[in-house]
Design a protein around this ligand. Structure first.
Ligand code: UTP
Length: 239
């Protein structure tokens, strides 16, 4: 099956820990060994936020700050590439067709950010659509999609499954409230809805969770299932 994994920066590199990055690389290697053609998209995490905050205090405009963020995501992408060695394309892809070409060559393309005004969530969806992925896994610091921001609403409940349109509805108010952190950004949700992409949002702290979700559909996060969507064929074949 064809897979895109979006790895949040705070999941891959909350601090610079080689073991953590190596564990993610190992998970991607195991997926490859099981026949998954996988593309990875890496976020910026705390390091991006530090750069952005500092540059904002220095008077940088929002596009400048986004460019700093993109630079940070590509640094994190290079960490994952270093850990993957020959299995990965040697540099972060800076265009979707470049990533698709690497995938066809049998390499794991790793991307960071692309365009100001969005986050790597949207990059991951665009890559998933571009390569016609069977599944997109968001390995985030949230353990799924809730009906309200769980940080500020104690009674927030987690969805087992949402449609892409419901995902847009859930994420929309969170994107308006300063400080609320949506599990997936609004543009990404809209692109999922537009393309009808099958996705999973899960806690990516343990990279094994990504492997279990991708190979068997087993996870404790939230499934995003387009109308009329079916399980990836690889899951059905083994049952
Ligand atoms: P992230 O994708 O890590 O953003 O990109 P995030 O969602 O804020 O981070 P997490 O998930 O909470 O860890 C970091 C920053 O890089 C810029 C944005 O400023 C973003 O906040 N960026 C990233 C872009 O401008 N365009 C992109 O395509 C990607």
């Amino acid at each position: 099956m064809r897979l895109v994994v979006s790895i949040g920066g705070s999941v891959l590199a909350p601090e610079l820990d080689p073991d953590r990055v190596a564990a993610y690389a190992d998970a991607l290697d195991r997926l490859a060994a099981e026949g998954c053609e996988t593309g990875a998209v890496v976020g910026g995490g705390g390091v991006a936020r530090e750069y952005i905050t500092t540059a904002r205090e220095l008077g940088g405009n929002e596009v400048e700050l986004d460019e700093l963020g993109i630079g940070t995501t590509r640094l994190n992408a290079r960490l994952l590439i270093a850990a993957l060695g020959d299995a990965a394309a040697p540099a972060p892809a800076t265009a979707y067709d470049e990533a698709a070409t690497a995938l066809r060559r049998g390499e794991i393309p790793v991307m960071g950010g692309m365009t100001p005004g969005q986050t790597t969530d949207a990059v991951a969806v665009a890559l998933a659509e571009f390569v016609d992925a069977d599944l997109l896994v968001f390995a985030t610091s949230a353990d799924g999609v809730y009906d309200a921001d769980p940080d500020s609403h104690r009674d927030a409940t987690r969805f087992g499954e949402v449609s892409p349109a419901e995902l847009v509805d859930v994420v929309l108010p969170m994107s308006r409230d300063a400080g609320a952190s949506a599990p997936v950004d609004l543009l990404a949700a809209k692109l999922i809805d537009r393309a009808g992409i099958r996705a999973v949002v899960l806690d990516g702290t343990d990279p094994d969770a990504v492997v279990d979700a991708a190979l068997h559909g087993d996870h404790t996060g939230t499934n995003v299932v387009p109308e009329g969507g079916t399980d990836p064929a690889a899951w059905t074949e083994e049952r």
